[in-house]
Design a protein around this ligand. Structure first.
Ligand code: FAD
Length: 667
């Protein structure tokens, strides 16, 4: 490892930890929180001396709220944030129109809005939650270098990282917060004394932002482009005759544009383009131009003929737009890149923080599975474990997607050709009307990240012989949501008579819940069994149902014995099960009674009224899938496996899928 030449060390020491996280931004904090909840000890270091006070990202999209919900932490964020529902266009001194940010439909998610919450507040909440679990960020510690030390086998391989702490003042400089969006490593601060430590860990997670030291030290490419424009971003109090409504895009008569966003505490955020970068522009020149007067002039141009005046400023920054993605998110299966360290782009569409949080979630349960010994080890090289962790690379395509979304939005906003301006005006004039007519209309399905879909890999396995189903319920997609009615729990030791009398008296608990309510928790698979009409309501319904309960009991019992957690979890479940089973039926009494005669696992039975959920998962109608089927959801509620039918073969197919990566505790 290379070491710094311009500074001196005073003390050196070494330590070990299963997981080292570098960077205490929101992504590093969420990563640490999830792993801690999963019972994995972590160390998290942060170069700065405290949480960044900058507002930066302004909120959470629907998918991030879903992920927070799965993680059991959403309520604290909902209490502090405010829903953001509208997108308004203002041009030439007039309001052109307002569109819903997410469309009007809640059929596929509980969150048909964005949650407005400044990044500093998000980070503070995550940090508080982490501290509640006894883990504190080690501020002032900076990662300097890292490498993977290969051993003869998987147990002897480790990551060696050098970290240091300045003995005189901060590691950061004031410029770090004034010019954002850079991707070069921070410049070395000369003539300082440091305390140096060598940390040995099983894994390292680089959450150290766009200038990632880890990415630089490992020579991981950061391919993409730097746009030649600079943007000024301002937070403060202003006086204007524009009446913003949600996110408001304002175009002046001279076609200059600015974006107005509401912040909490009566503040406003405005971003406005500040012109092209000069060739070889250096930081001092950029900082010279970074004045409130210049911002005021640019904002007034964009507002024209409306008025705009800055009253007070809390933050003014300039950023370069880089659109880049790390060439690999996984290095030797020991070092992982997440958040801005792995991908960076313009703030348009608010994708950065949200994508980073989802990276952290994707990685946490996978590492917990491996560290809990739940993943098969093929040989002493741990090839199955490696393949399992390698599935984190499914996030690379998500980063490409986020870059694409933000790039297109930025482009749309900048496109000032006559035709583009006319299209924008038409969209905003007729958009609200279209939105009313078509429930699902939304101009931002990509922005909310609800349509994220992973490609096929070890965990997302298309069925080997059945036809590939519709895109909405193919493997890899985020599981669709909807409303279900709990009928009754089927307990393993419950006698059928007791359950039956309950059903006769009160067959349906009238309080509906959302399908996604079933998935709350961090690292469990959920197996949905769609019983379908045809299976259990035909003339021979009782024999069909009896056969289903028999075979389901057989496999459920087997899986529960073979695959269990070995460590303590803090994700809300008292048991150590790796699976939850949920039966979805389209009828009430007959099916419920049949299922209750032969209790299956600890799952529950839910009524899918009008077969709406069956339809969303392709188990409805007369064709393929009409006979019901089984869907295996990964812990992050993406479809991992899907099979049509409930016969013996379908259960054996699921069995094979699980056995392909899970380690049996019986072997
Ligand atoms: C002006 C602006 C507006 C934005 N708006 C939005 C938005 O609306 N929505 C959205 O989703 N995103 C937005 N983003 C992007 C968002 O801020 C980032 O995606 C987010 O900060 C990424 O979080 P992170 O934890 O990966 O990285 P960071 O927040 O950059 O955190 C990285 C941390 O690592 C630390 N660090 C760096 N090097 C080292 C080292 N060697 N050792 C130890 N620690 C180190 C840093 O000090 C920092 O605290 C915006 C960004 C900017 C600049």
């Amino acid at each position: 490892m290379s070491s710094s030449s311009s500074s001196s060390s005073t003390t050196t020491s070494s330590s070990t930890t299963p997981i080292l996280i570098s960077g205490g931004g929101p992504v590093g904090l969420f990563q640490a929180l999830l792993l801690t909840k999963l019972g994995i000890p972590v160390r998290i270091i942060e170069r700065a001396s405290s949480i960044s006070p900058l507002s930066k990202a302004l909120g959470l999209h629907a998918r991030s709220m879903e992920i927070f919900r799965l993680s059991g932490i959403l309520d604290r964020f909902l209490e502090r944030g405010r829903p953001l529902t509208n997108f308004t266009m203002h041009a030439g001194g007039r309001r052109v129109g307002t569109l819903p940010v997410m469309g009007t439909s809640m059929e596929n998610t509980e969150f048909n809005y964005g949650l407005l919450l400044e990044q500093e507040k998000t980070s503070r909440l995550l940090s508080e939650l982490l501290e509640d679990l006894g883990v504190c960020v080690e501020y002032g510690w900076e990662l300097m270098d890292t490498k993977v030390v290969d051993g003869d086998d998987v147990e002897e391989t480790y990551v060696e990282t050098v970290i240091r702490r300045s003995l005189s003042g901060d590691n950061t400089t004031p410029e770090d917060n004034m010019l954002l969006g850079g991707v070069d490593m921070y410049a070395e601060q000369k003539d300082k004394e440091y305390e140096i430590q060598t940390v040995r860990s099983k894994y390292l997670i680089a959450c150290d932002g766009g200038r990632s030291t880890v990415r630089h030290k490992l020579n991981i490419g950061f391919s993409g482009r730097t746009l030649e424009h600079k943007t000024l971003m301002w937070d403060g109090v202003c006086e204007t005759d524009i009446v913003p409504n949600g996110i408001t895009a304002v175009t002046g008569t001279n076609n200059k544009t600015m974006i107005i966003l509401p912040l909490t505490n009566g503040l406003t955020r405005i971003s406005v383009e500040a012109g092209p970068l000069s060739p070889n522009e250096d930081i001092s020149q950029t900082l010279e131009e970074l004045t409130v007067e210049r911002f005021q002039a640019l904002a007034q141009e964009a507002a024209h003929p409306s008025t705009f005046k800055v009253l007070s400023t809390t933050w003014l920054t300039c950023f370069k737009i880089n659109e880049r993605r790390a060439d690999q998110f996984v290095y030797k299966n020991r070092i992982f890149l997440a958040g801005d360290a792995a991908h960076i782009h313009s703030p348009a569409g608010g994708q950065g923080l949200n994508t980073g949080l989802q990276d952290a979630h994707n990685l946490a349960w996978k590492l917990a599975f491996v560290l809990n010994g739940l993943v098969k080890e093929d040989d002493e090289k741990g090839r199955k474990e490696a393949e399992f962790l390698e599935t984190y690379r499914e996030r690379e395509a998500m980063a490409d997607r986020a870059i694409d979304v933000s790039s297109k939005l930025l482009q749309k906003n900048r496109d000032n050709r006559l035709i583009a301006r006319v299209v924008r005006r038409v969209l905003f004039t007729v958009g609200p009307w279209i939105a009313k007519c078509f429930k699902s209309f939304s101009f931002a399905p990509d922005v909310s990240m609800l349509n994220v879909r992973y490609h096929a890999n070890m965990l997302n396995r298309p069925h080997s012989s059945q036809p590939i189903p519709s895109a909405d319920y193919q493997v890899g997609v985020r599981a669709q949501d909807g409303t279900i009615f709990p009928i009754f729990p089927i307990l393993p030791t419950t006698t059928s008579t007791a359950t039956l009398s309950t059903i006769d008296e009160k067959p349906i608990n009238s309080t509906n819940i959302r399908l996604h309510d079933l998935f709350i928790g961090l690292a469990r698979f959920h197996i949905l069994i769609f019983t379908s009409d045809t299976n259990l309501l035909t003339s021979s319904s009782s024999s069909t149902a009896a056969a289903l309960t028999h075979i389901a009991t057989h496999f459920v019992t087997q899986w529960r014995t073979k695959y269990t957690y070995t460590s303590d979890l803090q994700d809300g479940y008292a048991d150590k099960d790796l699976f939850k089973f949920h039966f979805l039926t389209t009828s009430t009494k007959e099916v419920t009674q049949e299922l209750s005669k032969n209790p299956i696992g600890e799952g529950k039975v839910f009524l899918d009224e009008g077969a709406k959920i069956h339809k969303k998962y392709g188990f409805e109608g007369r064709g393929v899938g009409a006979e019901g089927g089984i869907v295996v959801l990964r812990p992050d509620s993406h479809i991992g496996y899907r099979v049509n039918g409930l016969q013996d073969q379908a259960w054996r197919d699921v069995d094979q899928y699980l056995a392909s990566f899970l380690a049996s505790q019986l072997e």
